[in-house]
Design a binder for this molecule. Structure first.
Ligand code: UDP
Length: 386
């Protein structure tokens, strides 16, 4: 750890970070990285600490004096401002960010992503503290190309689909398509943070994650989350594979996504933390443009990888089609394609992702199999016995 320097060759001084949402998927990986590779201190704020328990106990861990957990719901806790004041930097990861909630719980989605984030921005601005705020690639909505006829050659032109932080428009569907409640709330909080920067000098960085995936993402329904819950696609497909049921392709599985390994993405976040002069005032896409697949291709690849890591044969019918209305309910809509432009993050932080889709699925599904296969077997045999 000694002798660590930033991208400009200056020694990195230890700082205190107030991490809101530290107990989630991204927070848990970020805490791991900060504890094992840096001298920084983390005030970990969340309503639950299940995903970071291994970092908090026992007290003999090498970093025990550098991480403390505060069980706080930021909606209604006066301790929040005190923690932000104690820290040099605040990172806000707290959010509802599972699409199944956007159209079924639009109020919770809007409150969580906009209203609850407001005091965090305000306290940072008023106390002159730096803020790294987690937004989303969903802020881009649909691509311009999505509105062209299917056979129009311009659809192949990157100008019509590559998503650029400083140039692409945000294109959402009508209000009755409540899917966009999330993107819209995230857009408004981004605009507010940007305005705090412009008018009041807030030092901010905004991160737009493009489908970060890996171990500890979301939950497996009926095992460590509600049985009726619908997590994001990685956990949905993992759940299907673990239970030996066909993977459900929503509306034909034609949407395209670029997936990035969480560990690659965390490297980018650490660069932002430790290079404030290069990161402040910027919005960064963080994704892997080389890992693009359709959801159908993702299902096929996950089926192959899971068969390799579990030693189980694949099903004869590995996928089935479902309509989005059946799967998500009224008001669902989708982003057609998400390719991040990497110019700004390359220029400011000299960062690039490394892990291929196959490799990241292999390590993630190995984790899923090791963590859940036994629990699923037991749950399934119990339900047949009943
Ligand atoms: N999806 C699917 N089957 C599932 C879960 C999701 O076909 O079991 C699709 C979903 O409609 C979307 C894509 O997978 O097109 C990615 O969904 P996810 O929930 O991971 O989040 P998003 O990338 O849309 O934010």
């Amino acid at each position: 750890m000694a002798g660590r320097v930033d991208l400009d060759g200056n020694p990195i001084k230890p700082i205190t970070i107030c991490m809101i949402g530290a107990g989630g998927f991204i927070g848990s990986h970020l805490c791991e990285k900060l504890m094992s590779e840096t001298p920084h201190k983390v005030l970990a704020v969340d309503v639950s600490n299940d995903k970071i328990k291994h970092l908090l106990e026992p007290a003999t861990l090498a970093w025990a004096d550098r991480i403390e957990f505060h069980r706080i719901n930021i909606k209604n806790d006066s301790r929040l401002e005190g923690l932000i004041k104690m820290a040099d930097l605040t990172i806000n990861l707290a959010a509802i960010c599972t699409p199944a909630d956007y159209n079924t719980r639009p109020l919770d989605t809007i409150y969580s992503n906009f209203i609850d984030a407001l005091p965090v921005v305000k306290y940072c601005s008023e106390n002159g503290k730096r803020l790294i705020h987690f937004s989303t690639c969903e802020i881009y909505g649909k691509t311009i190309g999505a509105f062209l006829p299917k056979d129009n050659p311009l659809r192949q032109d990157p100008a019509y689909y590559v998503l650029k932080e400083d140039a692409s428009p945000c294109i959402f569907g009508p209000i009755e398509k409540q899917r966009w409640s999330y993107a819209c709330a995230k857009q408004l909080i981004e605009r507010l943070i940007y305005a705090e920067g412009a008018e009041n000098g807030l030092e901010f960085t905004i991160v737009r994650p493009f489908n970060w995936i890996g171990p500890r993402m979301d939950f497996i329904p009926g095992i460590d989350g509600p049985s009726e819950g619908v997590p994001r696609v990685l956990a949905c497909f993992s759940n299907n594979l673990l239970r030996r049921e066909p993977l459900k392709l929503v509306d034909g599985g034609e949407s395209q996504r670029t997936f990035i390994y969480i560990k690659d993405a965390i490297e980018a976040v650490l660069l932002m933390i430790e290079n404030p002069a290069r990161a402040n005032g910027h919005i960064f896409n963080v994704g892997n443009p080389n890992n693009e697949v359709t959801v159908r291709q993702l299902a096929e690849m996950m089926t192959k990888v899971y068969s390799k890591v579990s030693g189980e044969s694949s099903l004869e019918t590995p996928t089935i089609d479902v309509s989005s209305k059946e799967f998500y309910g009224e008001g669902y809509d989708d982003s057609d394609k998400r390719i991040p432009d990497m110019t700004i993050i390359n220029k400011q932080l000299a960062w690039n992702p490394k892990t291929s889709l196959w490799d990241l699925l292999e390590s993630t599904l190995t984790y899923q199999h090791r963590t859940y296969a036994e629990a699923i077997k037991q749950a399934m045999s119990k339900s047949t016995a009943n």
